[in-house]
Write a protein that binds this ligand. Structure first.
Ligand SMILES: NC(=O)c1ccc[n+]([C@@H]2O[C@H](COP(=O)([O-])OP(=O)(O)OC[C@H]3O[C@@H](n4cnc5c(N)ncnc54)[C@H](O)[C@@H]3O)[C@@H](O)[C@H]2O)c1
Ligand SMILES: [Zn+2]
Ligand SMILES: [Zn+2]
Length: 365
């Protein structure tokens, strides 16, 4: 069938809306009509070259939509509303068997290759070349073909633009807080970086009963939004941020989540963590970037430093759980939404994200 999508041909852009031919879904695949796709920093990192991916590629990975057609054995029904997540977990490899689908080996290989889990690419340009899929989703389009392993069924009355956020920002931010940092009632928490992922982390920390949530960012507007969403304190990022957080928290926060994607800020997040505490990072800097830490502190202060991919979530289990929290009023993720865009506006949307002027914008094609 014919569809349209936002194609990146080379690092630096532009993101060009082009006509695409979409193959029908193969076995275990779905044709999904896209309802909404969020603009995540991980897309921006492909655009600016800090995340190296095969091009040309149709970007977008934080998507909700409606199943239109089901390939053989796909397991969903036309009309189902689904949220797509960015690791198509095979369910059979040793990592999947160990309960860690975020680390699925065939899923990671397919994502590196820019293919679906089956190895296929279902997109075609008028000249016959096949663009790559981004993280098995490529959601900046009117329609997508995805592996059913990327999809989780969600309630049909949840608006697509809200549902989409659960595919990446919420899964990552809430998962980092609840699974990786294990924030619990009374904890003193700090969040470095207040974009979509960081603010979702903040909401989850609040839902988990954190007593204190210190929010850190370079951008004043993001700190103000964090205070409106439940942060108890907001601190401007800068050279003295460690000192300020330590002072506010009586010697450091017990659980610190870094979402800046900046190794220097991660080092500050680590230093702002109390002895005995846990620092979790979800940031995805360029693969050449290194992190320098005082090695002794890890041992003598019994610190934990953890990476968190996909919030260490099991999407089929955790997306419904996080939506249930949202329904109960405990995870008001609408607060992350700062704009609705047409497909043609996606490039301008990424300029705003890069400039610190937006949190989560969604494309409604
Ligand atoms: N691990 C995962 O599974 C996963 C999933 C999604 C996104 N990510 C990554 O997480 C990061 C955050 O994504 P996002 O979409 O929320 O991005 P974003 O751009 O919306 O937010 C990042 C925030 O960090 C702030 N920031 C940058 N440098 C800072 C500094 N030195 N100190 C304090 N704040 C600083 C920015 O002002 C911005 O508000 C990105 O690196 C993204 O690639 C990882
Ligand atoms: Zn993302
Ligand atoms: Zn697997």
């Amino acid at each position: 069938m014919r569809t349209r999508g936002a194609l990146l041909r080379e690092v630096g852009g532009p993101l060009e809306v082009v006509d695409l031919e979409l193959d029908p879904p193969g076995p275990g695949e779905l044709l999904v009509g896209v309802g909404a796709t969020g603009l995540c920093h991980s897309d921006l990192s492909v655009l600016d070259g800090s995340r190296v991916r095969p091009l040309p590629m149709v970007l977008g990975h934080e998507t909700a939509g409606e199943v239109l057609e089901v390939g053989e054995g796909g397991g969903f029904a036309p009309g189902d509303h689904v949220v797509l997540s960015f690791v198509p977990a095979c369910g059979a490899c040793r990592r999947c068997a160990a309960g860690r689908p975020a680390l699925c080996e065939p899923g990671a290989a397919a994502n590196r290759e820019g293919a679906l889990l089956s190895g296929a690419r279902r997109l075609r340009l008028p000249d016959g070349t096949r663009p790559h899929h981004h993280l098995g989703v490529s959601g900046f389009a009117e329609h997508v073909v995805v592996s059913a392993r990327s999809a989780t069924k969600v309630p049909a009355d949840l608006p697509f633009e809200v549902a989409a956020l659960f595919g990446c920002a919420v899964l990552t931010g809430a998962g980092a807080v609840l699974h990786s940092a294990r924030v619990g009632p009374g904890d003193v928490v700090a969040v470095f970086g207040l974009g979509g992922v960081g603010l979702a982390a903040l909401l989850a920390a609040r839902a988990a009963g954190a007593a204190r949530i210190v929010a850190v960012d370079l951008v004043a507007g993001k700190r103000e939004l964090a205070l409106r969403l439940g942060a108890t304190d907001a601190v401007a990022a800068g050279p003295d941020v460690v000192e300020v957080v330590r002072e506010l928290t009586g010697g450091g926060a017990e659980k610190v989540v870094d979402t800046t994607g900046a190794p220097a800020a991660l080092a500050q997040a680590y230093a702002a963590t109390a002895p005995g505490g846990t620092t979790v990072t979800v940031g995805l800097p360029h693969p050449d970037r290194e992190l320098v830490l005082p090695a002794l502190s890890l041992v003598a202060e019994e610190r934990t430093l953890r990476g968190s991919y996909l919030g260490s979530c099991v999407p089929g289990r955790d997306i419904p759980r996080f939506i249930a929290l949202h329904r109960a009023g405990l995870l008001p993720v609408e607060g992350l939404l700062t704009g609705r865009l047409a497909l043609e506006e996606v490039g301008a949307g990424f300029d705003r994200l890069a400039g610190g002027e937006a949190v989560r914008q969604v494309v409604v094609p």
